[in-house]
Design a protein around this ligand. Structure first.
Ligand code: PLP
Length: 456
């Protein structure tokens, strides 16, 4: 899977000397894939340095909704590159067109600002919420991920003994900042009501992934989403839907257009530009008007690359294709096929599994029981099976990220044939992982699953 340079040093080895760990994101540090060098991407695939072509269901955590290197998106970027690069002053026609589209499509968005990443969008959402309410506390939910900044980088994939207490994912986070984030279980209406009853007038914002996809796919109950909305309204807190994953992927208007619950602010990213670095924060005009992009706006907002013409052109081309071609119909249908096929395979093999997801997102948890409703429900998931079958899949050229609880994505470039071949490979991969699992369990003196296995 690795390439080498003219002196014979392998590219991964060289990368490890020059780049900490050899990769540019901690989320790309995948045990067993330390030597993976990607040489090209195309449609539903990527190719490694040894020429292996992988059908790519990891999809970079979700952006290439249309498939890698979508020709219309690439053409739009090239056109834009010939026309305008970054001036860093004023506004461009593309930015206005994109804002117009977002306001038209996403129910909660009356005004919108562009960022380069999802983390910036959630950062600014929480900052403006504090600026507007004058309050200190943020509420997030165990299992949801909203980016790398201190206020939200806690309690994502926590070890069982860390659930219910602050669990920062990074050393160096300011304790004052993490202490101002209160964590609840997802779908826990009683917990939500109790927290608001006790501290409602101290809560600036509630932020959530409407479907917590950072732990696979935990579907929200309508009762929960409705309760979050009404408690925020009643207590004057700002409700933020982080639709960085669900936006565009599940519908042009985001999951809010499906569930009918309207947040005050919405964050977008990932699929919005089909793979280029773009994010957005939009919502109620009376909140958005507090940003410093407006004269006197008290909440500072800046970013050298915000609204860069190249990424704006990619977003416009992506949205155009989503509007004019049956993208969602195609990816939802393939998603249903993948889920039904996987469930049938697990039944046939007598492997306890919950196959779930939404639309183009699918995930197989290896555990008995029903649809999970929160992170704690996922603790029985057999991480060795989860990771093991994905490692086995690599041999057949299918790439689902071999890390516990990660979801998989179908793109418009994937085909029925991809799903047919994937299901055949998945059957082999799950059967082999189950056999290994039994062997390992018999050999183990411990018997159970380690905390390590759950959190890796
Ligand atoms: C729901 C959600 N919000 C925010 C982010 C942060 O986005 P970015 O990695 O572009 O900063 C992510 C990234 O995975 C995400 O999944």
């Amino acid at each position: 899977m690795s390439g080498s340079d003219h002196r014979g040093q392998s590219l991964p080895d060289k990368a490890k000397v020059l780049i900490p760990g050899g990769v540019n994101s901690g989320q790309r540090l995948v045990p067993g894939l330390e030597d993976l060098v990607v040489t090209s991407t195309k449609g539903g695939t990527f190719t490694d340095a040894d020429g292996h072509v992988f059908t790519d269901f990891h999809a970079a955590f979700g952006p290439p909704l249309l498939g890698h290197n979508d020709p219309d998106v690439v053409a739009a970027i090239v056109d834009a590159a010939h026309q305008t690069d970054l001036a860093g002053v004023g506004v461009t026609a593309g930015e206005v067109r994109l804002a117009e589209q977002l306001v038209e499509l996403v129910p909660s968005i009356e005004k919108v600002l562009l960022t380069s990443t999802g983390s910036e969008a959630t950062y600014h959402a929480l900052r403006v919420a504090r600026a507007v309410t004058g309050r200190r506390f943020i509420v997030k939910f165990q299992g949801c991920y909203h980016g790398w900044h201190d206020a939200v980088s806690l309690n994502v994939i926590s070890a069982p003994d860390r659930i219910g207490q602050p669990d920062p994912i990074s050393a160096g986070s300011l304790p004052d900042t993490t202490a101002a984030t209160l964590v609840l279980e997802f779908n826990d209406v009683a917990g939500l009501l109790a927290l608001f009853a006790e501290r409602g007038n101290e809560i600036a914002a509630v932020i959530l992934e409407p479907i917590p996809h950072n732990i696979g796919a935990v579907l929200p109950t309508q009762e929960f989403l409705t309760a979050v909305r009404s408690e925020c309204t009643r207590h004057g807190a700002i409700l933020v839907f982080d639709e960085v994953i669900t936006g565009f992927r599940h519908a042009l208007g985001g999951y809010q257009s499906i569930c009918g619950v309207r947040p005050d602010l919405t964050t977008l990213g990932k699929a919005m530009g089909n793979g280029v670095p773009i994010g957005a924060l939009g919502g109620r005009a009376d909140i958005m008007d507090n940003f410093s992009s407006r004269p006197g706006g008290p909440a500072f907002f800046a970013g050298t690359y915000n609204g860069h013409p190249l990424v704006v052109s990619a977003a416009l081309a992506t949205i155009e294709k989503l509007r004019t071609e049956p993208v969602h119909e195609h990816i939802f249908r393939l998603g249903d096929r993948a889920r039904a096929g996987l469930a049938e395979i697990c039944r046939r093999l007598d492997v306890p599994a919950v196959v779930t997801g939404y639309g183009s997102v699918f995930v197989t948890y290896f555990m008995p029981g029903d649809e999970p409703r929160n992170y704690s429900d996922l603790l029985p998931n057999d991480a060795d099976m989860f990771v093991g079958y994905r490692r086995n899949l690599l041999q057949d050229g299918f790439f689902e990220l071999p890390l516990n609880l990660k979801r998989s994505h179908i793109s418009y470039a994937h085909t029925d044939d991809d799903i047919d071949r994937y299901l055949q490979a998945a059957e082999r991969a799950i059967a082999a992982a189950a056999t290994n699992r039994v062997t390992a369990r018999n050999a183990s003196t411990m018997g159970g699953i380690s905390t390590d296995a759950i959190t890796r």
